[in-house]
Design a binder for this molecule. Sequence first.
Ligand SMILES: Cc1ncc(COP(=O)(O)O)c(C=O)c1O
Length: 442
Amino acid sequence: MDRDTATPQVDTLPGPEARRTVEFHHESAAPSTYVYEFVWDYTEPADGAFCTDVDGNVLLDMTGQVGAMPLGYNNPKLLDPLAEFDLVDPLKIAGQDFYIPAAATGGDLPGPADLMDRLTDITGYGMDTVFLSNSGAEAVENGLKISYDHTKGKYAVTFQGAFHGRTLGTLSLNRSKGVYRRDFPEIASVHDVPFCADRTCTPQSCDCGFFVDGGSALRRMLDPKQGYVDPDEVAALVMEPIQGEGGYRFPSDAFASEVADCCREFDLTLVADEVQAGMGRTGEWWGSDHYPFEPDVITSAKGLRVGATIAREEVFPDERSRLSSTWGAGDLLSSAMGVVTIDAIEQYDLMEHATRQGRAFKEHFRDAGLPGLTDVRGKGLMLAVEFESTELRDAIQAAAFERGLMVLACGERTIRLLPPLDVTTHEVEIAVDRFTEAVEAA
Ligand SMILES: Cc1ncc(COP(=O)(O)O)c(C=O)c1O
């Protein structure tokens, strides 16, 4: 398959083999697990955004496994460097607890230590220390833990619309769909404020509730005289720099500046959850790099292939075993994939490419005259199109799938697209064409 000429080819979707596989999965899987009725046949051709499913349908995937597949399928930019290593058996070993020679010190395969070294190289904010884990939720959970430990504070502050994971700690910070928190116990003393995502907002015009009476809800909460939260007792202000699950919501400039000012004035520990917006997706290594606020802790996962909590050394506890996990650092293969992903993003200038292609996507969508469209937004290849109603949005997603284009819903009325970071012009054009057909059909 050649990603510069391929087109989606659909017979029945989902076809009989996909249905059989999904049915088999559900025989033993927890019923609440989510299965897209798409089953990739990894023995059949796939390249970049294109792949073949078990029924022989050729699909154009703009979901990138919700960002966990940053360069698409079978990308030689990752597979070629990985093929050079003598991979060992077993590949899954408890990374951080074993002493594997790092590639930087003469080892063969780049392992967890190399990955941590790369992460501190690409991250500013004086961050020089990393704790690796398995997932995004664990990365945020550990970000919370080190903040509580470092500050001895008892409060956490989160934003309306937020999503940070499904562990009991992280779900306590969620303010998106009710299903994530309903009936579960939560960590105490979490307060929330609105996330101002109206890009044209000023403190005077704001109607989302963040700016009120010339000040902000955050400042009012922390005000030493009238506030109800003592800033010295705040362990962490946890924020997705760009909200993902909540609807690809991009902060207004006024909001981002006010968060930065409050962090500085009240000496808050800012935990930036970069699980969805990080790793080059927005055209910068971290979503935060676009804004004036300066995180004290960054959490990453998805495209990195392992979870990572990154901060300055003094933010981490010294005491042995205070943070640990058997499978912390994932496994050798995941760490190596994280390293070659970072290297490929640098070697092929993929952040600049993402910025350019993201702009092209947005122009195409704005020019297409899509009925029912209310907004097109994005940074780099973190892209969103919003429609008049949830029903229309859902119908468009289904119509796109029938046409061999995979896209994902988020928020109430939004469709998100996460193309491979090296998405080609051909892939952009085909995606926009199929999407336009889907909107017209819906
Ligand atoms: C911003 C954000 N934080 C945390 C998570 C949780 O990551 P994981 O599913 O790897 O636990 C997600 C997952 O979608 C996310 O988008």
